[in-house]
Design a protein around this ligand. Sequence first.
Ligand SMILES: [Zn+2]
Length: 126
Amino acid sequence: MRKNSLKLIVLSFFKENEIDYVFHKHDLIFSCFQCNKEANMDVATSYWHCINCHSKGNLKELIENKELFKRGINLYNPKKEKNELLGKLKQLISKQDDDKLKKQLESVYEKTYTLTNYLLNEKESI
Ligand SMILES: [Zn+2]
């Protein structure tokens, strides 16, 4: 219970301050406010660490330095990429007059959808 409430506080901090983040398994990945490379946070404890510049801390340091965050630079967001990719495929399908090609594109869409959901393991994300 307590772990989950800390997770919710962490998430609301990132959302309220419009800081991009990505969930990977149990880690929340965000751009380090010191060097802008990827930093990993364990949301159960809020402890985070930057592999690049070795900055570390917990939610307190993030709150104190929130104005230093440069939004989303260097952060690859697989969910956004997935949505863009699927959106482009949908557009291609809707513009297609050739029924045979349309069916093939729909099959590509279904397979891409299934694969990306599998890879992103969306059950972990909020
Ligand atoms: Zn860093």
